[in-house]
Design a binder for this molecule. Structure first.
Ligand SMILES: [Zn+2]
Length: 338
């Protein structure tokens, strides 16, 4: 765990108080699902909850950070706390890992207290892996908490979902994000508003944009897309260029960019769109909103497929979304849809 003890983010106070009350009143179910958009800190909240639950002397609602149990958690070596995630982002969680997990859960806690598991994200379990998790969900051992993280609860198997108490965590308001983000990004070359806009409103994604090559990479993506918009490059050539990066991240960027465009088209200000060259803005102003919304839906459905572990031909997938962008540009507002 990176920061210890983990404190909930400012926008998580309501959820934190609700979970804390459940813990104190001994009404914690054996399975929780923390569901909401990516980049809002669901995993962080889950870790904070596990720390508070395990700590032998929690103070003011958080782990003390000093006891023996806290030391084990801090070192990542507590034998009764397991975090399960895909080996690489976008890959599936393997069935043998879920099986190993259920075996561990069936044993008595080594430290004599609680056992806890975080699965992040739940939708990365395919049908077989999810089925392997049904037993501990249906017949939970005492003092065990399973926390499933989900960015897209609708694609998690209903048999899994229905056995969890679901906590929906919404995207925080722009004001909440900006007041948290502003002191962290001072003097880093991009305004908090630009970062917020480029991240689709997800605070941790906004912060991650400042890391390493992320800014330059996103600038390259936008430059490529603008070249395509001005027909200075073909969709197929651009797909070839984009093939070098993680296709899920690229699609997420495109989705956030197109969302931003849709909001800008109906009059919202956008730190990204407002700074584009006038010629490009003029083109984007004439896109049909209904066509743009259909494009967004399509991007979202492709993203869901990728998150659920689908492994399509990346070149073809990128070609398709970029050729579709060309169609969006040609279908002007006011033109008769065919
Ligand atoms: Zn402690």
């Amino acid at each position: 765990m990176r920061d210890f003890p983990a404190l909930p983010y400012p926008w998580q106070q309501t959820a934190w108080q609700r979970l804390g009350a459940q813990l104190e009143q001994r009404q914690m179910p054996h399975a929780l699902m923390l569901a909401g958009p990516q980049g809002i800190g669901k995993r962080h909240l889950a870790q904070a909850l596990v720390q508070r639950m395990f700590c032998v002397a929690p103070a003011s609602g958080t782990a003390c950070g000093k006891c023996r149990v806290c030391d084990l958690l801090k070192a990542g070596s507590h034998p009764d706390f397991i975090e399960l995630e895909p080996e690489e982002p976008g890959k599936a969680i393997r069935i043998d890992e879920v099986r190993a997990l259920t075996q561990t859960l069936a044993q008595t806690a080594q430290q004599g207290g609680y056992k806890a598991v975080i699965i992040d994200p739940a939708e990365a379990m395919n049908v077989n892996a999810a089925n392997a998790l049904l037993k501990p969900l249906e017949e939970p051992a005492a003092n065990t908490l399973l926390i499933l993280i989900s960015h897209s609860p609708s694609i998690v198997m209903p048999t899994i979902r229905s056995r969890c108490q679901i906590h929906l965590l919404p995207l925080p308001s722009a004001d909440q994000v900006l007041s948290w983000l502003s002191p962290l990004v001072t003097g880093r070359g991009m305004s908090p508003e630009q970062l917020l806009s480029a991240s689709g409103g997800a605070p941790l994604k906004a912060l991650a944009l400042l890391d390493g090559d992320a800014l330059e990479w996103r600038q390259q993506l936008q430059d490529g897309l603008l070249q395509l918009t001005e027909e200075r490059i073909s969709a197929i050539a651009l797909a070839g260029q984009w093939l070098n990066a993680d296709v899920t991240l690229t699609l997420e960027w495109l989705l956030a960019w197109a969302h931003d465009l849709a909001r800008w088209r109906v009059g919202a200000s956008s730190a990204v769109m407002d700074t584009l060259p006038e010629g490009i803005q003029e083109r984007l102003r004439h896109i049909s909103l209904s066509v743009l919304h259909r494009y967004l839906e399509k991007l979202l459905s492709i993203k869901k497929q990728l998150l659920s572990g689908a492994n399509p031909n990346k070149q073809l997938l990128l070609e398709e979304v970029l050729l579709d962008w060309g169609l969006v540009l040609r279908r002007r507002a006011g033109a008769v849809a065919s």
